[in-house]
Design a protein around this ligand. Structure first.
Ligand code: F6P
Length: 745
């Protein structure tokens, strides 16, 4: 519309200007004509009265004078008539025009002196009239009086206004016609062909055959479309070849790598790209309100850590909430951008949520409801009806956003986590051909615990819209099957590990998530040594035994228990005072929720209290660094640490444990790991603890410090082998292989 206005506006301005000039000239001309007409009429009336007025003045005949002036009353548009004596005093005047007497009339003297008639427009009260004054000359050639004819002029202005009105309406009609015709032509010549072409591109991009959607455009647009068609054809052929080569290479490789996963995806998905949906986005643009500088950060999230390398390996589209305060500045017209910013490997599509939507769906239902419901940490879940309604609304919003992107045939969609329990069903409603997997990154509770949720039925139904549901460990799969069996009318097949409901089958499998298996952060060995040295100097850590913890500040992470255990360890082992420092990196999280807000204050206070208790000179036992740390920043802390503590009270997997192991290239370190994490099933070589038992926990710290170096190395080597073999590429490969191989009832 803006463009068409730009085109029409100059034409309209020219037409408007032409009409104004032409109108002004015409009105002037008409005005002159009308005034001239009035003038002629007034003059002829005055002249027609001349003899009679002369007679009445010579005879001082007031009666006939009055008769004369009254006789004009009936004349159309004539206002009045006045007869003056030779002094310019009123002799007779039209009765309805008596007020005229009061008017100052300097021009009478002039006419008496010059003996020349005079005609002018005069203002009288609120009227504009035309006055014509004729001198009456006596027989001796002297002026014996005057006659003044006063003519109405209001009709002149009415006529002129009418003329302006006609000119303006013609102009308006012309403008409307020009706009309508231009819009029509614009639509026919530009908009419709471009719309047809866009539609064609859309089908084309989704991989629909050219036979179903042939190009209809001729001319230049047709040529453009045919060029695009050629490029796409070459791309299709290249993809097919890639997919064949990929299948061959797949047979040969042993360890799961980025390339092997790419090959698998090419072989299994062929033309179809992968679509990932998660709440948290992998790259967030954040503006520092104080300085106005924008930075692109990687949020502290297990989902992001795991999925990012997969999409880097095989491309695709990741759809998630654009939660950064500067996110909108970095997307194209379709809300997309290529990421990582420095080396675009896949597409990130951002979905925008209003404050109310984010409050209800994310903070409310997901994190005050489902999160505590699924984590066994004795925090009471809160379910509010308005949060649930918002949660449903946002799931639908994401479903619509995903549907917009899907290719024509059998798309693959990989949904992440508890934020999107309804998404599978919503997508299947419109695209039953889509293959959908949901991975649940947190624990799944028992049926007794799950039925606390007032919406448990809808949630289970929504999840069963997916073809495959993945959990980290077998135990969570069993809990889910029990829940479906107990709370929903469904058939659970314990042989196939599936749930059948209304003739639709959903498979349930354990896929322990992981990381990419090797350390790719923190630079080379020499570089990392420098970084470690810098940290030791900065925080007075030279010669110290260093422990590390890396967490989002969340009540499930057991940070409070960890501090209490360190305190108890120092109480029981005073010989480690001034020899041991625990560095806690803590990223504030979900801070709008009271429970999280309170936890931050509780930890601040506890760290302060325990540091004060044990402090000695410059030394204090806990170095609490509370801010967001990038993966690059965290790596040297892992590498420096003699021990790492992961003390979650309940955790689906916990990738910090795996990251620490992957970063310990020299195998000089030991992991203290909560037995309530998914990782504890794989890392039997870690020192497993019950974080609720502070005594046991404190003793495990001493055990970690005093464990012989060879023992530590042996355990670390075993754990590193697990991480490199069961890496995230294998995890994704297992899910995709299972999803593509599913044979339904
Ligand atoms: O699976 C749990 C999870 O969604 C992980 O991505 C991560 O551990 C954490 O929660 C992130 O939380 P949030 O995205 O709410 O900051």
């Amino acid at each position: 519309m803006k463009k068409i206005l730009l085109f029409i506006l100059p034409i309209l301005i020219i037409i408007g200007a032409a009409f104004t000039i032409f109108g002004t000239i015409q009105v002037r001309f008409e005005e002159e004509k009308l005034i001239d007409d009035v003038q002629r009429k007034a003059k002829s009336i005055a002249e027609s009265m001349e003899l009679s007025v002369k007679h009445v003045l010579e005879n001082n005949d007031l009666k006939n004078a009055n008769y004369l002036v009254e006789k004009f009353q009936t004349r159309e548009r004539l206002q009045g008539c006045v007869i003056y004596d030779k002094e310019g005093k009123v002799f007779a005047i039209t009765s309805r025009f008596l007020d005229w007497k009061e008017k100052e009339k300097p021009y009478l003297r002039e006419v008496l002196q010059t003996k020349e008639p005079r005609g002018e427009i005069e203002q009288f009260k609120e009227y504009t009239v035309y006055s014509y004054v004729l001198p009456i000359v006596g027989d001796n050639n002297s002026v014996i009086g005057l006659v003044e004819v006063i003519h109405d002029t209001s009709y002149v202005f009415t006529r002129l206004a009418e003329l302006w009105r006609r000119i303006s309406s013609t102009l308006i009609i012309l403008v409307v016609l020009i706009v309508l015709i231009s819009m029509f032509l614009h639509k026919q010549i530009f908009v419709l062909p471009v719309l047809r072409l866009t539609e064609w591109f859309k089908h084309f991009q989704k991989g629909e055959t050219d036979a179903n959607h042939p190009i209809k455009e001729k001319g230049e647009l047709g040529k453009l479309a045919s060029e695009v068609e050629q490029v796409a054809l070459s791309l299709r052929v290249a993809r097919k070849t890639m997919s064949d080569v990929a299948s061959e290479r797949l047979q040969k490789e042993e360890l799961w790598t980025e390339t092997k996963l790419r090959d698998l995806i090419n072989a299994k998905l062929g033309d179809n790209a992968l679509f990932v949906v998660s709440n948290r986005e992998p790259f967030m643009h954040v503006m520092d309100e104080a300085t106005g500088t924008v930075s692109c950060i990687r949020p502290a999230s297990g989902v992001v850590t795991a999925i990012h390398p997969i999409l880097c390996a095989c491309g695709g589209t990741w759809i998630s909430h654009g939660g950064g305060n500067a996110d909108k500045k970095f997307v194209n017209s379709k809300d997309k951008l290529g990421v990582p910013p420095e080396d675009n490997r896949y597409i990130l599509k951002r979905v925008w949520l209003s404050k109310e939507e984010e409050d209800g769906y994310y903070y409310g239902f997901s994190n005050e409801g489902l999160w505590p419901l699924c984590h066994n940490t004795h925090t009471r879940p809160i379910f509010r009806e308005e949060d649930w309604l918002m949660y449903k609304k946002v799931n639908q919003k994401f479903a619509d956003s995903v549907l917009e992107e899907l290719p024509a045939q059998s798309p693959f969609i990989f949904i992440q986590d508890y934020h999107f329990t309804l998404l599978g069903e919503m997508i299947k409603e419109k695209r039953p051909d889509a293959k959908i997997a949901l991975f649940w990154h947190i624990p799944w509770p028992t049926p007794e615990a799950f039925q606390i949720c007032p919406y448990h039925k809808e949630i289970l139904e929504g999840m069963l819209g997916c073809d495959l549901i993945g959990f980290h460990v077998k135990n969570h799969c069993n809990n889910f099957l029990d829940t479906a069996n107990r709370l929903l009318e469904s058939r659970v097949d314990t042989e196939k590990f599936s749930v059948v409901r209304s003739g639709k089958e959903t498979f349930v499998r354990a896929f322990p998530i992981s990381i990419n298996g090797h350390s790719d952060q923190g630079g080379s060995g020499a570089e990392q040594q420098q970084q470690i040295e810098k940290l030791r100097q900065e925080f007075n850590l030279q010669g110290m035994i260093v422990g590390v913890g890396v967490d989002r500040i969340d009540y499930t992470k057991g940070i409070v228990e960890r501090i209490l255990a360190i305190d108890r360890f120092l109480e029981k082992n005073p010989q480690y005072r001034k020899k041991f420092v625990f560095v806690q990196l803590a990223a504030p999280s979900r801070t709008h929720i009271k429970r999280y807000h309170d936890l931050i204050a509780e930890i601040d206070e506890l760290v302060e209290k325990k540091n004060w208790k044990h402090m000695d000179g410059n030394w204090k036992p806990i170095l609490y660094l509370k801010r967001h740390f990038s993966a690059d920043e965290i790596a040297p802390y892992y590498a420096m640490a003699d021990l790492c503590i992961v003390s979650s009270l309940h955790d689906g997997m916990n990738l910090v444990a795996k990251e620490y192991v992957a970063e310990k290239r020299d195998c000089q370190g030991i992991l203290i790991l909560s037995q309530f994490t998914g990782a504890a099933r794989e890392f039997t070589d870690a020192i497993l603890v019950n974080p609720y038992s502070i005594e046991e926990f404190a003793d495990s710290i001493r055990q970690a410090i005093e464990m012989p170096a060879e023992e530590k190395q042996k355990r670390m080597r075993n754990m590193r082998k697990i991480v490199s073999e069961n890496n995230v590429y294998r995890w994704a490969a297992n899910i995709i292989t299972d999803l593509t191989a599913l044979k339904k009832v």
